[in-house]
Design a binder for this molecule. Structure first.
Ligand code: ADP
Length: 681
């Protein structure tokens, strides 16, 4: 027996115990070696006229035997001479494949091996490994045998044809490990599908099947179909990776089937797209957008990632570094022969390679979604409904740094257009509105010219239309943005409720659109974005929206001045619960409303307090009063009569009412009910 060199012994120990995290990859390694052996001989057939072989001559055979506890991987590849066995398998970390690759760098080979250690992964599951091999062109066969501890022996053997058999005698099961599981058709099939599905040679195995026997002529009436078991050799892998095929050659049906079987989805994807990059790192990527969100998408257990293949062999089932969090719903594969894999071939050595690929992938996904948004809106709306929340989170958690390009992909419900629109569509519509009104107002200006009195009627119509008011407002908000356009939004739990909100109605009445946002992340996302292409994003329930005309402002200032004492008394009645009481023109037909000033909106307050930690966050609340409402007149009367008790009672009711309208909890429901009761009795 030949002893392993000391370094090799240490390395072997390391191999078996530490390099791999996953025992089952031994099969991937042995199949990869067998595929390399076939490739090498195939290459010889290309360069040596005496070798008459074609690709279809090659195959890898898998077998298992429960009695002897063996799993065998055989190939009819190039085989190994006695010397090769000694050199390649006697020296750990000597890769004959790497040498071969270097010697044949110019040839079209896609050899998988490179580290010279994969073979030894067999010792993770086997206590004995025997390799019987016959080199191509030789009539001798040799057997290499080792227990993976001290050394190995090489002896004469017999093999009918060129090629190699690697026979693993599995370890006995322990309390922690079941090695016997590899002695099953199911497990071996599963592992081939998982890791070696796209190895270019067929991986075959004799599998047991069952078939119905023909019904005998004299079968009785109650004859039950009889079955017989038989065995048949099946090819377990599908070989050609679909992502390596040219797109026009693959049918939609084939892509869908691949997606469904590889990513375990019952429904076909809504989009399939590929990327083939050539350069410092060449790779092929095939990606899918699912038609629905997996049930655990928003849970902590959800694992994002694309499958990573190197030379058709799976390295990682879900490589998270290839996908950003906001595109975590995208499924697919990336395959590259240029990756610097680490020794276990379970991960990569260099993250910079992954980063470069991930960057291209990110761009590709954005362009795919953009084109879907523009060309197939209905499908895009479906995709956005499933995954849009993640995009908003992406913007929010990146503190807005992902605004470009994600903001262009967002959709919101437009209260004016009554459909989902993008921020850009809001902006374009608002710009058109401004233009329309500029034209209209120049028309209305002609009205003031006595020489043009004939146009008066028509111009009057225009000036009273809501849009003309918008013109005024637009011009005013121009002061705080580049475009002069403000994008108004309202945040709450559902669209119907939001559409009824007085603040929404009043902004709409002024001719502006309002985006109705119903997801918990919306307000947060909007506030980190701050603006979109120069247009300021404003929550309609936020502080001053700047929508009042100069006239209205003056009028309100006068009313506020006349009622200074009343406003003070009301503020006093509510104490620290509010920061101030103001008069407002945006309450439509309700007497009072609540808005928030400062960075925390009322909707944010709701979301933050509903979180698991239930942070006691409070927006800085402002009580807005509608001076045109009859209740306001009642209040002024009470104040004039010195009936402070009534002022206090009304104030409390108005405040609580306003909270209810906002969907916020009232501080003391019992006191509220009592106040109403007092008023009614
Ligand atoms: P790697 O495949 O990374 O080179 P391995 O430890 O798996 O490393 O294999 C060591 C070497 O043994 C290979 O490079 C190859 O030369 C040889 N070898 C392994 N398996 C076979 C096989 N089935 N047929 C021919 N040669 C093989």
């Amino acid at each position: 027996m030949k002893k392993f060199k000391t370094e090799s012994k240490r390395l072997l120990d390391l191999m078996i115990n530490s390099i791999y995290t996953n025992q089952e990859i031994f099969l991937r390694e042995l199949i990869s070696n067998a595929s390399d052996a076939c490739d090498k001989l195939y290459l010889a057939s290309l360069t040596d006229k005496k070798v008459k072989l074609v690709r279809s001559n090659f195959a890898i055979m898998l077998a298992y035997d429960k009695d002897s506890r063996t799993v065998t991987v055989s190939d009819n590849g190039i085989g190994m001479s006695k010397d090769d066995l000694d050199k390649n398998l006697g020296t750990i970390a000597h890769s004959g494949s790497l040498e071969f690759k270097e010697e044949n760098a110019a040839d079209p080979v896609d050899i998988i091996g490179q580290f010279g250690v994969g073979f030894y992964s067999g010792f993770m599951v086997a206590h004995k490994v025997k390799v019987v091999s016959r080199a191509f062109g030789s009539d001798e066969a040799w057997a290499w045998e080792s227990d993976g501890i001290d050394g190995y022996s090489i002896s004469e053997a017999a093999r009918e044809n060129h090629g190699t058999d690697v026979i693993l005698t599995l370890k006995n099961d322990t309390d922690e490990e079941s090695y016997s599981k590899f002695l099953s058709e199911y497990e071996l099939k599963h592992l081939v599908k998982k890791y070696s599905n796209y190895v270019r040679y067929p991986v075959k195995m004799e599998v047991s099947k069952s078939r119905a026997l023909p019904k005998p002529d004299d079968a009785p009436d109650d004859y039950k179909t009889q079955y017989e078991d038989y065995t048949e050799t099946d090819t377990l892998n599908s070989m050609t990776p679909i992502w390596k095929r040219k797109k026009p050659d693959v049918t939609e049906e084939e892509y869908n089937e691949f997606y469904k079987s590889d990513f375990h989805d019952y429904a076909a994807p809504v989009a399939t797209f590929s990327l083939n990059a050539e350069g410092a790192i060449s790779y092929d990527a095939l990606m899918f957008i699912p038609s629905h969100a997996p049930f655990d998408l928003y849970s902590k257990d959800y694992q994002k990632g694309l499958a990573l293949y190197s030379s058709n062999v799976m390295i990682m089932e879900k490589c998270p570094d290839l996908l950003s969090d906001h595109f975590n719903f995208v499924r697919g594969v990336v395959d590259s022969a240029d990756l610097n894999l680490n020794i276990s071939r379970e991960t990569l050595q260099q993250n910079s390679q992954l980063r470069a690929i991930a960057k291209r992938i990110e761009k590709k996904i954005v362009s795919e979604l953009t084109s879907m948004r523009d060309n197939d809106r209905e499908t895009y709306e479906g995709v956005f409904e499933c995954f849009g929340r993640g995009l908003k989170y992406g913007i929010y958690t990146s503190y807005g740094s992902l605004k470009d390009p994600l903001a262009e992909l967002l959709l919101y419900y437009s209260a004016k257009q009554k459909k989902m629109i993008t921020l850009r569509e809001y902006l374009e519509a608002a710009k058109n509105n401004v233009e329309k009104n500029t034209d209209a107002s120049s028309a209305s200006q002609t009205k003031d010219d006595p020489a043009n009195s004939a146009t008066n009627d028509a111009a009057d119509d225009v000036t009273t239309a809501p849009d003309s008011v918008a013109d005024d407002a637009e011009t005013k908000s121009a002061e705080d943005s580049n475009t002069g356009i403000t994008i108004y939004y309202a945040a709450g739990s559902n669209e119907e409720m939001l559409a009824k909100m007085p603040m929404v109605r009043s902004v709409l009445a002024k001719g502006h659109d309002v985006l109705l946002c119903t997801q918990d992340v919306d307000d947060f996302c909007m506030s980190v974005m701050q603006d979109f292409d120069g247009a300021v994003l404003k929550n309609v329930a936020g502080g001053d929206l700047g929508l009042e005309t100069e006239e209205e402002k003056e009028q309100f200032a006068n009313i506020a001045k006349d009622n200074e004492q009343l406003l003070e008394a009301m503020k006093e009645a509510l104490g620290d619960t509010i920061s101030k009481v103001v008069l407002s023109s945006r309450l439509a037909d309700i007497p009072a409303g609540i808005s928030a000033e400062g960075p925390i909106s009322l909707e944010m307050e709701k979301v933050l307090n509903a979180g698991p930690e239930g942070k006691d966050m409070r927006a800085s609340r402002v009580l807005e009063l509608n001076p045109e409402h009859a209740v306001f007149t009642k209040l002024t009367e009470a104040q004039d009569q010195g009936d402070l008790e009534k002022v206090r009672l009304f104030t409390n009711i108005l405040y609580n009412q306003a909270l209810l309208v906002e969907g916020l909890p009232i501080d003391d429901p019992v006191a509220f009910a009592e106040s109403i009761g007092e008023l009614m009795s």
